[in-house]
Design a protein around this ligand. Sequence first.
Ligand SMILES: *Cc1c(COP(=O)(O)O)cnc(C)c1O
Length: 424
Amino acid sequence: MSYDRVREADPAVADALEGERERQENTLAMIASENHVSEAVLEAQSSELTNKYAEGYPGERYYAGCENADTVEELAIERAKELWGAEHVNVQPHSGTQANMGVYLAVLEPGDRILSLDLTHGGHLSHGHPANFAGQIYDVEQYEVDPDTGYVDYEGLREMAEAFDPDIVVSGYSAYPREVDFERVQAAAEAVDAYHLADIAHITGLVAAGVHESPVGVADFVTGSTHKTIRAGRGGIIMCDAEYADDVDSAVFPGSQGGPLMHNVAGKAVGFEEALQPEFDRYAQQVVDNARALGERLQEHGFALVSGGTDTHLVLVDLRDSHPDTPGGVAEEALEAVGIVLNKNTVPGETRSAFNPSGIRAGTPALTTRGFDEDACRRVADVIARVVDSPDDESVKAEAAAEVEELCSEFPLYDREGAITDFE
Ligand SMILES: *Cc1c(COP(=O)(O)O)cnc(C)c1O
């Protein structure tokens, strides 16, 4: 795709778009929620469906001319059902946050109680943080991870559920390096007659590929973002049993959204089709293998990982013991300067603050899309270690930047040589 027409109409935006393409090509995207979609998904997302109003659902729209929108949405739904095995799927949420809003609106009243994981322990804003609508509309209590193990404190969760009597228990997290025991959360929710929402935003791809146990059929509701590990068009998704279908659908539209972003729904359909191919299962397994290799090498360099390792696509590094004078933000900035883009992150038992946290979070979904294997991830870990050990040393950073440049040209974006998924 070229931006020739944007350039003609609007050179300033064309510069930024080309700048972004170059940035993605020439840096390592290690923000754990990010990925690189295929050119097919990009094309679908830039289609004329952006012009179409399709309020309602396939076969029951409020406007004329929806036959192609219907086809695209039905395909997205069908493929999602095949990927995750849900009875009912809604592919219209504009984002993962909107998907969660859809579930809350479907089954909660204002003032009802949500039990969810604390944000600084790996939870998400939309699970009830005071700065988010969910924290403002509902009464929220939060469970934590065990400070010694870094694993979800399931026993604490169960006790809190008994004491707090929540209407819904939320599982599924943003910065949690271990596989989630959805059955155990379900048992705790069931014991107090609460719904269970499993938010698999980060691990949609790992669940679809069978690398992680699925909460579909266990939890009452499963939500996700569609642009993270599943690598489809940008947005959200809700899955549930048929009995909740009408409540969920009307909570999304007209409850909380207007017209669906049909061009993004097209991107979801195309990405889901790609994820149904056998290559995708290998991709998802490689994502986890890569995170493990990255984490083990970082440990060899003296870094401490929350929970002592990873079962997922990410590692959460607690810098406090190994680098007491290097907060996460300093590490993030030094790494960005050499072309490694990841984020500072709170760690369980945070002793600094949410704005100045003590950890960094690093994910492998986007690197794996570029074709990175375990060896390449170990090289990345070596670079991260050198830079975080000496964040102010310009000669170390110059050497690190050269190594990142080499990795980027060895594993080019959108050049399929060595890539796990053939996007052509
Ligand atoms: C990323 C994420 C979401 C939703 O994010 P959007 O940016 O709104 O798509 C929801 N829950 C969790 C746990 C997440 O990590």
